[in-house]
Design a protein around this ligand. Structure first.
Ligand code: CA
Length: 326
């Protein structure tokens, strides 16, 4: 008995230490977003800030794949609102979806009666932000090997360019890519993938770290309630994320929480908000449709959400997105 108890106790202590170390260490995270195309990007950024306030994440940089001048100033507005205005912001060059959108333009442009901006920020225009690939490289270089988590909730444009520029750096630094992309186990082409198919093909075939996909069906099953925008965000008269929500579509509407799920999984992978598929490989065809093939040696998995997890996962997203800043 004694001979078996000792190793078991030592093993238990070892795993306890690992768990404590993991809990004490915040996740170094890069958020890559097509901010402005849908309101879930803004809510996802709010979730990341809330988890940083709780000591669980550390936002290293935000890089943008929507090539519109208001996207970077809006990200800057949100970061500044959460008192993290120094977070580097990088912009795609010659990227997709240049069209403007009210959800980012209205909060960025709105002014107080005295002529000052309703929401302070550093960046006046996306053209003033540095190139996304240089921001990604600098952020990765400053971190420990095998530590960084990237949350990609837009097109794969920036990450494909990073891979082309410096695949070794990605191999060395990135621990996980958590991507809102695709449709699983099978479905029509998903927006983030079909908007830049060559970039998605490159990233999902060459990316060296594990990738966990949050497919279209996950966010679709978790509708962010309009009632929360009116009630839970009212702790401050001007909230840039609530204002973005009110300007994205005609209120009241409940919007799928696609990008929030990729952010939540990236920072809290072990909390049973989702289940994981077996390992496999995701490929992207010419139409932008994703195909999953199970393979024990594969580096890809996708999130699965069951009915038991739904209510608790949605409540967590709502709570974090609306959490008052500290
Ligand atoms: Ca998005």
């Amino acid at each position: 008995m004694i001979r078996t108890e000792k190793p078991a106790a030592a093993t238990a202590v070892f795993f306890m230490c690992v768990a404590l170390a993991a809990a004490a260490e915040s996740v170094p995270l890069i958020f890559d977003t097509d901010m402005g195309n849908d309101v879930d990007d803004a809510l996802a950024l709010a979730v990341i800030h809330a988890l940083q306030s709780r000591g669980e994440a550390r936002l290293l940089a935000v890089t943008i794949t929507k090539d519109n001048r208001y996207a970077a100033p809006f990200v800057d507005v949100v970061n500044t609102f959460y008192r993290r205005g120094a977070v580097p912001i990088g912009m795609v060059r010659n990227g997709k979806t240049p069209e403007s959108s009210n959800m980012i333009r209205v909060p960025v442009e709105r002014k107080n009666p005295d002529g000052t901006y309703a929401y302070p920020r550093r960046l006046r225009d996306g053209g003033d932000a540095p190139d996304a690939v240089s921001v990604l490289r600098r952020a990765l270089e400053a971190e420990k090997d095998g530590s960084v988590v990237i949350v990609q909730v837009g097109f794969s444009t920036n990450l494909a360019a990073l891979l082309a520029a410096d695949p070794q750096l990605v191999s060395r630094k990135v621990r996980l890519l958590s991507a809102m992309a695709g449709h699983f186990p099978q479905g029509p082409p998903e927006y983030n993938v079909k908007t830049d198919v060559p970039a998605a093909q490159k990233v999902f075939s060459e990316w060296p770290s594990p990738i966990v996909f949050s497919g279209y069906e996950i966010g679709q099953a978790l509708l962010f309630p309009a009632a929360s925008i009116d009630a839970d965000f009212s702790w401050v008269p001007d909230h840039p994320v609530a204002e973005a929500y009110r300007n994205y579509m005609r209120m009241p509407y409940d919007r799928p929480s696609w990008d929030l799920t990729a952010a939540l999984y990236a920072i809290r992978p072990g909390r049973n908000y989702f289940s994981l598929s077996p390992p496999g490989r995701v490929t992207v065809d010419q139409q932008g449709q994703t195909h999953f093939a199970a393979d024990p040696a594969g580096r890809h998995r996708y999130l699965i959400l069951d009915d038991q997890q739904k209510a608790r996962t949605l409540e967590t997203l709502v709570l974090l997105a609306s959490q008052p800043r500290n």
